[in-house]
Design a binder for this molecule. Sequence first.
Ligand code: FES
Ligand SMILES: [Fe+2]
Length: 377
Amino acid sequence: MYINFWYPICTSEELQAAEPLSARIMGLSFVAFRDTEGLPHVLANTCVHRGGSLARGSVKDGCIVCPYHGWRYGGDGKCQLLPSFEAGRKIPARAKVDSYPVREQYGIVFAFLGDLPEEERPPLYTIEEYEDTAWRKHKLILLDINCYYERSMENGVDFVHNEFVHPIQASPKPIPGTVKYPETPWGSGVTSKMAEMGAKPRGDEAMESDPNVLNAGTWHHGPNTLITWITFGENRSLHQYIFEAPVDGGHTKIFFINLRSFMLEPEHDEYIRNANLRVTVEDIAVLEGLYPVRTPETRTREILTPGDKPVVRYRDFLEEWNAKGWRLDTKTLQENHGDVAYAIPCPDRRNSGNWVLDPVPLLPAARTSAAGVESAA
Ligand code: FES
Ligand SMILES: [Fe+2]
């Protein structure tokens, strides 16, 4: 699990004006609430007085109020009212909790969980067509699954599983010679033209105009966003976007957005939603059975084949973020669970010291060997 990326916290709908909401991500606890203008805020969930859970408190005058002794924190994480102090006494500078940059987009409240300054942050994925009326979106799907998010991400970029896990929906197969591996600054994936089994590669133009040939592509953006585009002929596209919140090392919350450029009438929503869910349920059934739960520490504990190339590229990207020192030291985190209140450092920690909560332990920035891939390159 990696700091310095955007994570989905909750849906816009879930975050009501009057109620704080708790979220668990990377094994850590957060509180979300709205201020008097309705703007969402996401803070570390630990009151720095004596450890109260802010999410169990209330929202008053746009602040989050600790349920234990009533300390009030603003959206910037700074304590604004300390009820046991006599009037005029200065609130200590240390009375602050981490407050994270927030974006409310696609009906989701996202928080940037890390301390990078704005200009260095990996971007939240932009869904260009989200507000385009030529596209129909149906209601956001939320799924809580009992698997590690990296296993789910790897499944997303894994083309090979389709014919086994989704035998009906995925009867088309990649046409030999059309498989490509595109890359972006923050991700990688696989695209190909697909058709019924046995279809031979032909000229690009012939395949482009053949209604039985579809274009399919799937990419990751950062460690926790998956994009899948499927196009059948002109103007018939399905676009899926999955934003994943790693709840902890064995649980994942998925925020699943679907858009389509055909069958735009609302009465088709249910049918397409159910078709999507059927595929997702098939994936979950496999993912929840994987052992070990998380990807093995070394690649010699698996046998990777050329078909696993997109998975290997995803892992290479994770290694790059590990080398930047962004990977959580989950073992230390777990060992100290119960004794230390950790928080992911927020950007303000780069400008000011004197924080009460311990910064979350991170693995030392070191590139590990990527050996062990059997001719996957
Ligand atoms: S623990 Fe929060 S106010 Fe005392
Ligand atoms: Fe699948």
